[in-house]
Write a protein that binds this ligand. Structure first.
Ligand code: GSH
Length: 358
């Protein structure tokens, strides 16, 4: 892609590619469409969101536990909860959000062009994406790593036994880059079979077109539920990358960046303070000043974001804290069965550590 595209909100987006040649097959791997913003955003996102009456949130095309819609069109998942939290913070109503399903390849252009206000779509925070696309990562809502799934019938117990394998994955992802690094650095050959739509990857792997399905381990847990016989497959022990997944906004609008960033932090801080969707309202006049600051009965923290002071109270009473969202969508009692692991609070042995509200 080399054509220029002028968009309606005063930014000029230049399409290009960041990629390199894979060892196997010589096909070009395009990780992201390079998007360079050469003019400042003219419109403050908060004002634009308020005047249209909803947050437009970019999500996946269907990844159970993260962002997935049911037959009635209702979206659920931990990424969806970030979108709902932002809507609750802005409007006091978590339902004031619309979802745009995006493939991995489409997602950054959709954000840079203003088609969406925030991208919350199992997107890995990398340096290239942070520095070269005119975008900013507002935090991490799931710390992940890339894994590999194989049919048990393959008999492999380690990724080191996969020399010469056919590997299915998604285009436009860090996944393609990491798998290439892994096989190259271990001097093994492989053949990459990459599709734009995630369900095409599932179908190809399920049909036996590949020996291996590689993506984020959370994605493997999610996509495994779609296989004909999930129990016939296993995830190999190797974790070959770091995939900190989180919401993304456009550069140049610090107010909106802060709103998204603090909406997520409010959910993490609330879990740490024992504030839940069930008790948030009753804790407004708690004796603990930190709880009062979070829930808006002390200080002016919402106003400093351009919001009302009950911004976080609305997030917590309507969407819940981080742990509630985790347990409801990806935790051990869901089909994904993901232990908290590193996504546990720092005070309980994990790495979730949100800056304080004060
Ligand atoms: N975290 C990686 C991978 C993201 C990704 O798109 N993964 C695929 C495979 S799990 C996916 O989300 N598919 C769901 C969809 O496209 O709806 C990245 O940011 O590049």
């Amino acid at each position: 892609m080399s054509n220029n595209l002028v968009i309606g909100i005063g930014a000029l987006v230049v399409g290009g590619v960041v990629g390199y040649f894979a060892g196997a097959g010589n096909e070009k791997i395009v990780e992201v469409e390079k998007v360079v913003e050469v003019e400042k955003q003219q419109t403050a996102t908060l004002d634009a969101v308020k005047s249209k009456g909803f947050v437009q949130c970019g999500v996946s095309q269907g990844l159970p536990g993260f962002s997935n819609s049911d037959d009635s069109g209702k979206w659920t998942g931990i990424d969806v909860d970030v979108c709902r939290a932002v809507a609750a913070a802005v409007f006091g109503d978590s339902s004031k959000v619309k979802f745009t399903p995006l493939s991995a390849k489409q997602r950054f252009t959709a954000l840079a062009s203003g088609e969406i206000d925030v991208l919350s779509r199992n997107t890995t925070w990398t340096m290239t994406r942070d520095t070269q696309l005119g975008l900013n990562f507002a935090g991490v809502n799931y710390y992940d790593g890339q894994g590999m799934m194989v049919p048990k019938s393959l008999g492999a117990k380690s990724a080191m036994e996969l020399d010469g394998a056919n590997i299915c994955t998604n285009t436009g992802t860090t996944t393609e880059l990491n798998i290439t690094d892994f096989f190259r650095s271990n001097a093994m050959k492989f053949n990459l079979v990459a599709f734009e739509k995630a369900d095409e990857v599932v179908a190809a792997y399920d049909a036996g077109r590949c020996d291996v399905y590689t993506t984020d381990r959370s994605g493997l847990a999610a996509q495994r539920t779609k296989l004909t016989n999930p129990d016939d497959h296993m995830v190999l022990p190797e974790i070959i990358s770091k995939e900190p997944l989180g919401p993304v906004v456009r550069q140049g609008d610090d107010q909106w960046f802060n709103i998204v960033r603090w909406s997520l932090r409010a959910m993490i801080n609330a879990e740490e303070m024992g504030i839940t969707s069930a008790n948030a309202k009753s804790k407004v006049n708690d004796n603990n000043p930190a709880i009062k600051r979070l829930l808006g009965s002390e200080g002016n923290f919402g106003a400093e974001l351009g919001l009302s002071n009950d911004w976080a109270l609305n997030i917590l009473s309507q969407v819940g804290n981080y742990g509630e969202s985790y347990e409801a969508h990806v935790g051990p009692n869901t089909p994904l069965k993901l232990d908290r692991g590193v996504n546990e609070l720092w005070s309980k042995g994990g790495i979730l550590y949100a800056a304080p509200i004060r």
